[in-house]
Design a protein around this ligand. Structure first.
Ligand code: DSN
Length: 426
């Protein structure tokens, strides 16, 4: 067979793009060579519908071992009693929870997407908002933090069956205990989507939601630094589908509902090559060096947020407890949209994403904000002393976002510096 030079040339160019630039998208990271190797392995050839020991195909005894290993390592990482490692993505994990806990049209409560929430927590264009009755809570306008009073008010008046915590653009720790209290009071199931801070949680730098929520979902590719994919976890405290606390003897009930909701409910054959790569990533996250990595992610984010503030940028909520920050551009550049800012930075080989800010005056296509995160640059080896340099470059671009000479000068500086941080061993 002739080599597909067309696609491999595209892959080579993407590898070059990832290598020469500063990656600040808060939901991205660089996986290890071992994770890449597992993902590109012969396990992709295997059909394995079902679960370890209960498959619909022969010849699954080997992949059963890697899936079991992924399960055991994930349980160890978060102190979970039950896990499912098959969801293809975070949205698929969430869909399985909806299917296990709700009937079509049932009410649930999640953080408003335009206030930092996730697409699959009730956006009107997503299955969650299309098939279920989405209720929302916001962050407060004055301090950018979750409006827990509003959350409690909506829970008490509307009685949603499911309450969801978790966000894609929120830089503060969550008060899980408070949400759990109102969930118990109103008979709701409490789910946390920890996709963004999962790595910091694994390293014990943020509170572990498995201790407070009935069900926890996550992606595996953000701060956690694994392959693209999703997982579902539960602690000891399993609910039944209708929100009443289940007696200990019924512990399998929700786990069976969730397993069935992943397969055959919403997915077919699991991606066993990705599950093996998840196992590798969970194994890496159990190493002591991983805690050091996550501490650096957090430190880099704190220093970056301070440097942005010192330059006159407004960080929503005034700072960060985790790996990310949301910048409201309007304070410094009232006329600059997130769309133009993102484009100018990409031209300078600094990648971030436009993002709505709470109470945004612009649409989701324009936006007034940019979201930055430090997981990828920390994997690359950049320490806190480099954060003011990055902020200086960002500021130079945003001060004159349509000046091509200015952008080129920044790009050359970025490219020259990043050659000092090799990315791939092969
Ligand atoms: N789209 C992902 C993110 O970038 O945060 C998850 O919502």
């Amino acid at each position: 067979m002739t080599r597909d030079t067309e696609i491999f040339d595209i892959i080579r160019r993407e590898r070059e793009r990832q290598t020469r630039g500063i990656e600040l998208i808060a939901s991205e990271n660089y996986v290890s060579d071992q994770v890449l190797e597992a993902m590109g392995s012969v396990l992709t050839n295997k059909y394995a519908e079902g679960y370890p020991g209960k498959r619909y195909y022969g010849g699954c005894e080997v992949v059963d071992e890697s899936e079991r290993l992924a399960q055991e390592r994930l349980k160890q990482l978060y102190g979970a009693a039950w896990v499912n490692v098959q969801p293809h993505s975070g949205a698929q994990a969430n869909m399985a929870v909806f299917m296990a806990c709700l009937n079509a049209g049932d009410k649930f409560l999640g953080l408003n997407l335009s206030h930092g929430g996730h697409l699959s927590h009730g956006s009107p264009v997503n299955f969650s908002g299309l098939m279920f009755h989405a209720l929302e809570y916001n962050v407060r306008e004055d301090d950018g933090r979750v409006d827990y009073e509003q959350l409690e008010r909506v829970a008490r008046t509307e009685h949603p069956k499911l309450i969801i915590a978790g966000a894609s653009a929120y830089s503060r720790e969550w008060d899980y205990e408070r949400i759990r209290r109102v969930a118990d009071e109103t008979g709701a199931i409490f789910m946390v989507d920890m996709a963004h801070p999962a790595g910091l949680i694994a390293a014990r730098l943020l509170k572990n939601p498995v201790r407070y929520a009935h069900i926890v979902t996550s992606t595996t590719h953000k701060t956690l630094r694994g392959p693209r994919g999703g997982v579902i976890l539960m602690g000891e405290d399993f609910p039944n589908p209708w929100g009443k606390t289940t007696p200990k003897g019924e512990i399998k009930m929700m786990s069976q509902l969730l397993d069935s909701a992943v397969f055959p409910g919403t997915q077919g054959g699991p991606l066993e090559h990705v599950i093996a790569a998840k196992a590798v990533a969970f194994g890496e996250a159990l190493q002591p060096s991983y805690t050091e990595y996550q501490k650096q992610v957090q430190k880099n984010a704190a220093v970056m947020a301070k440097a942005m503030t010192d330059k006159g940028y407004k960080i929503i909520s005034g700072g960060t407890d985790n790996h990310c920050m949301l910048v409201d551009l309007r304070t410094k550049f009232p006329d600059l949209t997130g769309k133009l800012a993102e484009r100018a930075l990409v031209a300078a080989d600094i990648t971030s994403n436009k993002n709505m800010v709470p109470f945004d005056s612009r649409s989701a296509f324009q936006t007034s904000g940019l979201r930055f995160g430090t997981p990828a640059i920390t994997t690359r080896g950049l320490k806190e002393d480099m954060m003011p340099w990055i902020v200086e470059l960002i500021d130079r671009v945003l001060c004159d976002p349509e000046n091509e000479q200015n952008i080129l000068a920044v790009r050359q500086e970025v490219n020259a510096e990043m050659t000092k941080y090799p990315l791939f061993a092969w």
